[in-house]
Design a protein around this ligand. Structure first.
Ligand SMILES: *Cc1c(COP(=O)(O)O)cnc(C)c1O
Length: 485
């Protein structure tokens, strides 16, 4: 299989080339040159496989002969060894025609483990094969940092290193401990004195310094990297199979998928799965007050807001979701010229209004709901009262979208994180006592509890100077020093 950019460039790229650069050179995102179509016979066979075996079948379609089959099998199986549930993704009945697919039984209790573990292990194999080291620099306010750091530590390759930054005092104690207790010589954690995105500029400058990128094999592993959506295909197939089995529908019956959307990597993967032949009727996207995706789906207005709102579901706070570009790509039937003109307009003016015919097409495939903090708290309460199910705030946003949109086929709701990571939001929604009961119950992951007694490594501190500009200059220099210029 070969890969190309959503904007028409980079034709004929190998998977290694697509994964190792992150963005395509023309500013677009990598996609497969042709998406494989899965026949009904194959679907019936896949329904009988366990999760790692299903993932291996799917990944083989995209990796082709770029890795020997036994190496790919090793990568895929290794990606799930640190999951705590035997099914990897347990699917739980919620109501008469709805199930929850729990994507958070990985080592950092959020669905990002599913993408990062596989992507990082693939990159490790390519790095070892090509004898070329890879460096990841990640600035995080939530789930990405711990998952990326843990994936690098677990992959244990001499060829990989990562530095993860978090804004001092602005993440939860559990999230901090996930990083400070996992740091190694190759996986460093650092903290900076500033606002959530103040480290973005120094990192951006480094990633546009060609010599630096070459020397260190700098590579972006956010969900603009194609490896993330590819690694997130298996859980959509898996959850579909378990849903129809559990709800008593025939294989081939359509279902709706309900997903909390941030950068839309997961939603883009779900759309790809649909395009490959998974019987999906609608993709339903729940978002918070940062609602650009809802405005795009409901009004055709892909317009950037000037500011980002703080919310109780902060892992899906976003101003411009980069995977909308992949969604446009499949929406338009892979029309690269059209996507290029749309995205260039977006890049220049921060606004794109979809032509009416395309907006209508979008509404045939997608639905959405804006679930603000009040509605999220309501959805969390209703879930506990009606189903006895305690969701994380992002899963509650998906549940809110489920409640807000009429259903005529069974639904799979995707639970993207464990509530154990979000004490403050859960307490705001349900009160101190509910949290305490949960924390003391057997539902609270024991390994999360044990984080609180583990020794923390002091993160390297990037302190503030007199102005933000001077801080950012100093941080860039220090980072060059740490990595060896
Ligand atoms: C990252 C994240 C999301 C959003 O996923 P995208 O692929 O960026 O849309 C949703 N929920 C949780 C808990 C996350 O960490």
């Amino acid at each position: 299989m070969r890969f190309c950019s959503t904007r028409g460039g980079a034709k004929g790229a190998t998977l290694a080339e697509a994964l190792c650069t992150g963005y395509a050179p023309d500013g677009g995102l990598f996609v497969p040159e042709e998406l494989p179509r899965i026949s009904e016979t194959t679907l019936a066979w896949w329904a009988s496989l366990d999760f790692p075996a299903l993932a291996l079948e799917l990944l083989t379609l995209f990796v082709g002969d770029e890795l020997p089959p036994e190496e790919l099998a090793d990568v895929v199986h290794g990606s799930y060894v640190n999951f705590s549930h035997k099914d990897i993704v347990p699917v739980i009945p919620l109501a008469e025609a709805a199930v929850v697919a729990e994507l958070f039984h990985g080592p950092t209790y959020c669905f990002k483990d599913l993408g990062q573990q596989l992507l990082v292990r693939l990159l490790a194999r390519f790095a070892e094969r090509d004898k070329q080291k890879k460096t990841f620099l990640v600035s995080t306010t939530g789930d990405t940092g711990p998952a990326a750091m843990r994936a690098v530590a677990d992959a244990a390759s001499d060829y990989l290193q990562i530095v993860v930054f978090f804004p001092s005092g602005q993440i939860s104690e559990l999230q901090r401990r996930q990083m400070t207790t996992a740091s190694t010589a190759k996986a460093k954690v650092a903290t900076f004195e500033g606002g959530g995105d103040d480290m973005d500029l120094p990192l951006k400058r480094l990633s546009s310094d060609r010599a630096f990128v070459e020397k260190h094999g700098l590579c972006g592993i956010n969900s603009y990297n194609l490896g993330r959506p590819l690694a997130q295909l298996p859980h959509f197939f898996w959850s579909y199979f378990r849903a129809v089995e559990q709800l008593g529908f025939a294989l081939g019956s359509p279902v709706d998928l309900v997903i909390p959307g941030g950068a839309l990597g997961n939603t883009a993967a779900a759309f790809m799965a649909k395009e490959m032949g998974l019987p999906v009727q609608r993709l339903i996207c729940g978002v918070n007050q940062n609602d650009i995706t809802h405005r795009t789906i409901s009004k055709g207005e892909f317009h950037r807001h000037e500011c980002m709102f703080k919310t109780l579901s902060d892992a899906i706070n976003i101003q411009v979701p980069y995977n909308m570009e992949r969604i446009f790509y499949y929406l338009t039937g892979e029309d690269r010229l059209l996507v290029k003109s749309w995205m260039e307009q977006m890049d220049c003016t921060s606004q794109l209004t979809l032509p009416e015919a395309w907006h209508q097409k979008m509404q045939q495939i997608f639905a959405s709901a804006r679930i603000d903090d009040d509605a999220m708290c309501e959805a969390m309460k209703r879930s506990v009262a009606e189903f006895g199910y305690l969701p994380c705030p992002h899963t509650a946003v998906a549940l809110g979208a489920h409640f807000a949109t009429p259903a005529d086929v069974p639904r799979v709701i995707f639970a993207t994180a464990s509530p154990c990571k979000f004490q403050s939001s859960v307490t705001t929604a349900l009160g101190q006592e509910t949290w305490k009961n949960y924390e003391d119950s057997s539902n609270f992951p024991p390994s999360a509890r044990s984080l609180f007694s583990k020794e923390e490594t002091e993160p390297e501190r990037f302190s503030a100077r007199d102005t933000l500009n001077n801080s950012q200059d100093a941080w860039e220099l220090r980072l060059r020093e740490i990595l060896g210029n």
